[in-house]
Write a protein that binds this ligand. Structure first.
Ligand SMILES: Cc1cc2nc3c(=O)[nH]c(=O)nc-3n(C[C@H](O)[C@H](O)[C@H](O)COP(=O)(O)OP(=O)(O)OC[C@H]3O[C@@H](n4cnc5c(N)ncnc54)[C@H](O)[C@@H]3O)c2cc1C
Ligand code: SF4
Length: 328
């Protein structure tokens, strides 16, 4: 591990000031960052502990719920208002990691977690553009069975693996960010960035900026939402493919629908093509399959992950049919 200095901030302004120094990382639960420190994938000179900041509340506010960035994954998953009004969020969290990790890990840290691409994290230092820009990408012609099929580039095909981010993206979540230049809001769908030629730039967060909260807007499709995660084993594993869907029906007709896919994109993948195709249509499995086919038309496999194209379609259709119930 590279040496770093450690300071604990007790107010947001102080954390932002400290965080704006070069080579600084915030630490919350530490369940992602500490691994990367130990392998020296991350080598910050300064670490600012943000756990004492007053950002852990879950509040019922005008038009929705506001979840503090330091709320723990387990607390959010079990919160009655989250379960009632945003079931997909609760389910996505409960299907993430393990109970111990969920007790320690924060909402902000989850959204900021870095990829599990083995070439990014491994110690033998094969080329990786995300870790070392300009190095090359070992996954494209290597072990890519877990990697992305949507939003990839020549520079990087690493999948984004946060389950929560997929559900927040589907349900039109809005992040509040606070930094040296004040506060701003960013739609969750715009927060994570496609790799393009700069895979090391992963999100819209400037130096010193903190995620302070996530706002979830109430909507009929949010109250009827679900998260389906397909993985190699049924617990303690990252997604091969997942789908977060919110659905509002009028009789058997889709009044509004929100869909995001996980485990398949270089960022949480909002399936806008599928949403547009399904809105106003009957809630049938056939219509869902046609929408999934259209959404995945832009997918590209790299050999070992070709299976994800069909898997993503089936995951979307199954999640839709289960949610629509008797209407499908
Ligand atoms: C074995 C294992 C299995 C896992 N399985 C899953 C899974 O199935 N699904 C899933 O979604 N996740 C999974 N995870 C990831 C886990 O959910 C994350 O490690 C965790 O959510 C990170 O939260 P944290 O508070 O510990 O973040 P930290 O490790 O403290 O921080 C992670 C990153 O976020 C930054 N950060 C933290 N808080 C903020 C903030 N408020 N503002 C700005 N930056 C911030 C830090 O600087 C750091 O870069 C798994 C992790 C492990 C170790
Ligand atoms: S996919 Fe991205 S993270 Fe993985 S080796 Fe290639 S550049 Fe690195």
């Amino acid at each position: 591990m590279h040496p770093f200095d450690y300071a604990r901030s007790t107010n947001v302004d102080d954390a932002i000031r400290s965080g704006a120094r070069a080579s600084t990382r915030f630490i919350a639960g530490g369940t992602n960052l500490v691994d990367l420190l130990k392998t020296t994938v991350e080598k910050p000179a300064h670490i600012v502990d943000i756990n004492a900041l007053p950002l852990a509340s879950i509040e019922d506010v005008d038009g929705g719920l506001r979840i503090g960035a330091l709320a723990r994954m387990s607390d959010v998953a079990a919160h009655p208002l989250v379960m009632q009004r945003f079931p997909a969020i609760s389910q996505a969290l409960l299907l993430s990691a393990s109970p111990q990790l969920r007790n320690a890990a924060s909402i902000g840290g989850n959204l900021m977690q870095r990829t599990r691409c083995p070439y990014f994290r491994e110690l033998t230092w094969t080329p990786c553009n995300k870790r070392n820009p300009g190095d090359g990408c070992s996954a494209r012609d290597g072990d890519n069975h877990m990697q992305a099929i949507l939003g990839t580039s020549d520079a990087c095909i690493a999948v984004h693996q946060s389950d929560l981010a997929v559900a927040v993206s589907a349900l039109d979540g809005v992040l509040t960010l606070q930094g040296p230049n004040g506060e701003r809001r960013v739609n969750a769908t715009d927060f994570h960035l496609l790799p393009g030629n700069t895979p090391h730039i992963e999100h819209d967060l400037a130096a010193g900026e903190l995620i302070t909260s996530v706002f979830l807007p109430d909507a009929p499709h949010a109250a009827r939402s679900a998260y389906l995660k397909v993985r190699d084993r049924t617990s303690y594993e990252f997604a091969l493919a997942s789908a977060a869907i919110g659905l509002a029906l009028d009789g058997g007709v889709i009044r509004s629908i929100r869909i995001a896919l996980g485990g398949v994109g270089t960022k949480p993948w909002r399936a806008r093509t599928a949403e547009a195709m399904l809105t106003g249509k009957r809630a049938t499995a056939e219509n869902a399959r046609a929408a999934a086919d259209a959404e995945l038309q832009q997918a590209r496999g790299y050999g070992a992950n070709d299976y994800k194209i069909e898997l993503a379609k089936r995951t979307l259709v199954r999640a839709f049919v289960e949610l629509a119930g008797g209407a499908a």
